[in-house]
Every structure is written in structure tokens, then in C-alpha cells.
Design a protein around this ligand. Sequence first.
Ligand code: 6GU
Length: 246
Amino acid sequence: MRIDVLTIFPEYLTPLELSLIGKARREGLIDLQVHDLRSWTHDRHRTVDDTPLGGGAGMVMKPEPWAGAFAAVRAAGQDALGADVEPLIVFPNPAGEPFAQATAQEWSQCEWIIFACGRYEGIDERVYEHLAEVGYEVALASLGDYVLNGGEVAVLAITEAVVRLVPGVVGNAESLVEESHSDGLLEYPLYTRPASWTDPAGVVREAPPVLLSGDHGRIAAWRHAQSVQRTGERRPDLLEGPDAAR
Ligand code: 6GU
């Protein structure tokens, strides 16, 4: 998978050199490149924003650097992947569609994603019009109903959720099957040794005996019941509606 990130804060993306994603990059499973949007400015101050037409608070990102960036990154990506390959362009945006595990599953199958980080006041609308007209596949994705200062933190989260689903990135593929949201439910509680633990207050806390029974059928049934109960308590919304796991 190839991932390009366009941002005015390239340093914000340095955590993508660490841990699981860093390893996947070094192993060549992921080709991830971060680009400074200001590379596609042509004035002395490397200007990427201006005041909103019609007035109002804050600043709006100018269209020209974005158009230059998309053209250059598209050309570089097609040099590497082939002229027939087109990217999915993702704009992290609090007004986008909610990003969820199903989105991560879908995007983990993509050959190429370009993340375009705007500041939250936004990007000139004509950039979106241009991209749609030229035939790019474009998605606006939101992490939730709150506002971040820009798309960079969202790209860290989305990239981690997507890349860990790319085959070979997570060593034990089975660990992806049982985790929270993979089946529309929250994950069951986990225990490890010691089976009997005396906590700092002197309370003896036993792990559920069923987990020591060796009966894999009973263990699976118990875990499923725990998942359903936990989901009902913490996220009843997941048990209702069209996408509910039943
Ligand atoms: Cl994707 N971007 C910004 N700027 N704020 C957000 C968000 C994204 N998701 C939630 N809040």
C-alpha cells in the first residue's frame, strides 16, 4: 500500500516512524511519504491561506498549492504504481462521514491513499469541485463529533487503524478477529496470570473459573455473552439500527 500525506506540519506525522507502522514501512509493506504543502507555493512567504471571501473569522486554505500538490503527488505515485492506478483522496474533516472499523477494513484494501490535511476553518471549496471533476475518488472522514485544530492527528489515527489491517502488518492475524468492533460488539474482558491476584488493598481477585476450564466451547460462549453485556452497558447504540451485530 502507498500512502501520501499532504500537510503544512510534516513533523506532526513523525510518530508514523515508530512501532508497528514504522516496522511495516521498513519492511516495505507500506510506502508512506509525508509532503510539505508549502513546497507547492511560489511566493516568498510560502503562503497557504488567506482571509475568507465574504468575511468571517479565521483563514481559508488557498486552492493553488493544493492543485499543485495533487498533480505532483499523483504523477509520482503513478510512476511508482503504474499509470492506471488512481488514489483515494481522504480529507480528514469534522463535517465528514464518521470513520469506523468498516471504513478501516475497506480502505485497507486500497492500493493508494492520499491524505490531505486542512486546517479546520477549511479549504477553498473549488479544490473539491476540481478533484471531483477530474475524476478523483474523494472521501471526507470524521473521527467524531468534536473539533481538532487540523487533520494531522486524524491522519495518525486513521492510518494506524487502516495499516494494521493490511495483510502481514500485524504478526498474529487472529488478534484482529476478536477485537472490539470487528464483529460490531465491544471486546470481552481479558485476564492473564496469576489466576488469583491479591490487589494492593488486600482483596483477592479471582479470574473467572470458566477461563481455566479448558472447555473452548464454554469459553467462547462466556466471552460472547460478556461482549453483548458490555456493549449494552457502554454502547447500546451498537445493538440497535441497521448495522447492529445480531
Ligand atoms: Cl477528521 N478533523 C478535524 N479537524 N477535526 C475533527 C476530525 C477531523 N474528526 C473529529 N474532529
